[in-house]
Design a protein around this ligand. Sequence first.
Ligand code: HXC
Length: 257
Amino acid sequence: MSYTIIKTETLDGVGLIRLNRPQAMNALNGALMAEVVDALQAFDRDPDVGAMVITGDERAFAAGADIKEMADASVVEMMLAERIEHWDRIRQIKKPIIAAVSGWCLGGGNELAMACDMIVASESAKFGQPEINLGVIPGAGGTQRLTRAVGKAVAMEMVLNNRTLDAEEALRYGLVNRVVPVERYLEEALALAKEIAARAPLAVRLGKEMVNHAFESFLADGVADERRAFYILFSTEDQKEGMRAFIEKRKPQWKGK
Ligand code: HXC
């Protein structure tokens, strides 16, 4: 599929998606999200891609869902348009996704970043859930993922009172993985994705699934599933190779088998 709102490319085993609506601060309208989901699915199927990066531009990762698109919608229209159901497909992506965030990361933009597996932030990144200003609340997982990421106290302030976190605060509260100078945030996210893409693919896949499990289920179920996934990896050639290579003090050669 060729895209009109996003730009995609593959670099060293990493699938890069750039949100490209700079005139609207990368506001996430339906067409843009459809392209993002399609590109993620295509990269997920591509054997030459091991990880993905989603980014915006220096000024904005994304300033939220497109307010102009939904301002006059009724409940029925929102439900029939399945605006948010679409986002659920991001959860089905098996390979790791890193958000490279600079500037505004608000509302649905923050929800998109949190739906990724890791966040690399530039020093200028600003995170918030300003939906309360519009008389609504986050709708694409924000209340759930944010609370798990930063804890109840900070999440309450953000959701109920539009508290914005700067990059250093986001790092301190555990929302992002690292903060780097603006000139380097994309490069750093790509480098991290490239490192992960070079690792044992099946272990990366199950590792992602299991860490997400900790978010999405009760601990006992997650621990049991994690144990099963761990055992299953012992049927792969990569596990044998990885452990042998450690013992033989050499670099492992991953096959994805
Ligand atoms: C539609 C948006 C937009 C948005 C910015 N724009 N955010 N359009 N939806 N979320 C548009 C503006 O209307 C403007 O278009 C242009 O982008 C530039 O924005 P400005 O406001 O002029 O820029 P600035 O003064 O620098 O302020 C930047 C900003 C502000 C702080 C990011 O734009 C802002 O507060 N945006 C809204 C943030 C927000 O409330 N997000 C939550 C949305 S609800 P024109 O045509 O005037 O030049 C949400 C719910 C998710 O995300 C639910 C699940 C899907």
